[in-house]
Design a protein around this ligand. Sequence first.
Ligand SMILES: *Cc1c(COP(=O)(O)O)cnc(C)c1O
Length: 337
Amino acid sequence: MSYTYDQQTLLEHYVKKILAAPVYDLAVRTPLQAAPALSEALGNRILLKREDLQPTFSFKIRGAYNKLVQLSEEQKARGVITASAGNHAQGVALAARELGIAATIVMPATTPELKVLGVRSRGAEALLHGESFPFALAHALQLAEQSGRTFVSPFDDPEVIAGQGTVAMEILRQHQGSLDAIFIPVGGGGLIAGIAAYVKYLRPEVRIIGVESEHSACLKAALEADQRVVLPSVGTFADGVAVAQIGAFGFEVCRFCVDEVITVSNDDLCAAIKNIYDDTRSITEPSGALAVAGIKQYVARTGVREQTFVAIDSGANINFDSLRHVAERAAVCSVSA
Ligand SMILES: *Cc1c(COP(=O)(O)O)cnc(C)c1O
């Protein structure tokens, strides 16, 4: 694959931001861990990037901290506001506390209680508003305008994308052997854009594969239409990726850096949560299991063997009560596991 001068310049701009992102004041370098049972079952080598082990149990702390730390002193003094289905909210709350910035977070009324409490316990103000992300977002933007606080997007911001891109920097340092593809969960596209920009600049032969819930496949829809589209409705089982429109900054990268997008069902996610548990004894949230579900579908469809795949295990914020449902569905689907 070869890129135009403008595309190469865009990637280089992100690579520089990623290399300079001071995320390790708060985020940790997470393990890239072998998944032996899954590898055996699929006939390919599967490595899990354990972003569920971050301080807020998802990678969002990277982008949030990178954005907040770069605000001017005046912006910091006025405070920040954001809208989030949950994990970004916790990232912003923790980063804001660390930097002494006041934070208000608008969350959809459907947000799991665990995520609401996670925000409040970190000293931020949580406002529950609207039945899904777009309503919460509209409210947050309005409040930002009225109050002069800086709005911090969960995904549609170059500093947030660069913070998330530090995941790719770690992967390429942790695994220097052959690597065929990285599977990345997609909500608003900040994570995949940051990873794709870094990887395509340095190792363009590595395939970048986005994985979406079939109930919020906004990147797939945008790539097909060759423009960002708004989905008429969005399912919230995978609440971390329940976004109706891919971000503008992310799409600018994704339109030439994403090799393929796979969509998976809620049952596929339940089965993948079990696969991850079997190999790690850790529970992920539905969005966190997207990449593994995507690898399973990819291998079943293409029949590839002996390749090396990385799955981003992106988060672990699941209400304990939901585990009953997940376990039941995983049992029904284990024939395909
Ligand atoms: C936010 C999130 C994603 C998707 O990231 P985007 O940058 O919105 O595409 C995936 N998994 C989890 C657990 C998340 O919190």
